[in-house]
Design a protein around this ligand. Structure first.
Ligand code: FMN
Ligand code: SF4
Ligand code: SF4
Length: 245
């Protein structure tokens, strides 16, 4: 069984590449919406969590899901973190969340993919994007080998784990979103929002929650680039993993 969370498709693409025949793929955002937190796998089965790194920590949905999860019979538990940087540091915090639910984390890996954080930096150029996406198969192949052999490795926690989550919680506010006049009223932003933070009102999106996952799906997946965040996104390109195109 693999649980995943995605905003712009990287983690979904990674999860799909890790999936073996017959294995279930579960969207943590959908499970959370439905209030489904209880899962059981056949005795000793592998269970994976694939999610994006946010500010060196985990996003709101992943955190909430891990805090409520009831998981029975898992024999080997691993995390695969997708990130835009050269390393990932959030797995230790995730391990702490799972531990509180009595779930061990036997290993954690990361996959470097194009950075989708257009609210902070410009996405990689087309050439960089292509090179990174090309490297994903190789990165996943190595991880898959380790998972198949149920390799364990210490997942280090850090003193800064709690602080990184606090930084994320300072950032993930919705008050800076705004909509350009070129909005075509398609409602895709409402549909794609994993936090249910967007509602269409009079044909335009309105952010109805003070905080969200800050997954950037609304910004990056709007078909006409009508969604902006403060002033920094206005002249930036957008990024969506090909799996969602
Ligand atoms: C709010 C936010 C914060 C991010 N913080 C980090 C980070 O601390 N380190 C990093 O390597 N990548 C960071 N990223 C980049 C994403 O982790 C990366 O692009 C990820 O693969 C996106 O996954 P998705 O397409 O499944 O949503 C951040 C992205 C967002 C939107
Ligand atoms: S996805 Fe973009 S075009 Fe569609 S309703 Fe939202 S803002 Fe408007
Ligand atoms: S409002 Fe936008 S950035 Fe926030 S969770 Fe929804 S889709 Fe993601």
């Amino acid at each position: 069984m693999i649980f995943y969370f995605t905003g712009t498709g990287n983690s979904l693409a990674a999860a799909k590449k890790l999936l073996v025949k017959g294995e279930q793929l579960i969207d943590m955002a959908q499970a959370r919406r439905e209030g489904t937190y209880r899962f059981s796998v056949p005795e000793g089965e592998r269970v994976g969590f694939v999610y994006p790194e946010y500010c060196g920590s985990v996003g709101a949905t992943v955190r909430d899901f891990a805090e409520h999860l009831q998981l029975e019979h898992a024999g080997y538990v691993y995390a695969v973190v997708t990130c835009g940087g050269k390393r990932s540091i959030s797995a230790g915090y995730f391990k702490r969340l799972l531990k509180k639910r009595g779930i061990p984390l036997h290993n954690a890996f990361f996959v470097r993919m194009p950075d989708n954080c257009v609210i902070l930096l410009a996405p990689p150029s087309d050439a960089e994007k292509a090179a990174l996406l090309d490297s994903v198969n190789g990165q996943i192949l190595k991880i898959r080998q380790a998972i198949v052999h149920r390799e364990s490795a210490p997942v280090p926690t850090r003193i800064s784990d709690g602080m990184m989550q606090k930084c994320y919680l300072l950032m993930n506010r919705t008050k800076r979103f705004w909509v350009r006049d070129n909005c075509i009223h398609c409602g895709m932003c409402e549909k794609n929002c994993p936090s249910q933070a967007i509602r269409m009102e009079d044909g335009k999106p309105v952010w109805v929650k003070p905080q969200c996952d800050l997954c950037t799906a609304c910004i990056n997946r709007c078909p006409v680039q009508a969604i902006e965040y403060g002033t920094k996104t206005t002249d930036r390109a957008r990024y969506v993993n090909p799996i969602l195109k």
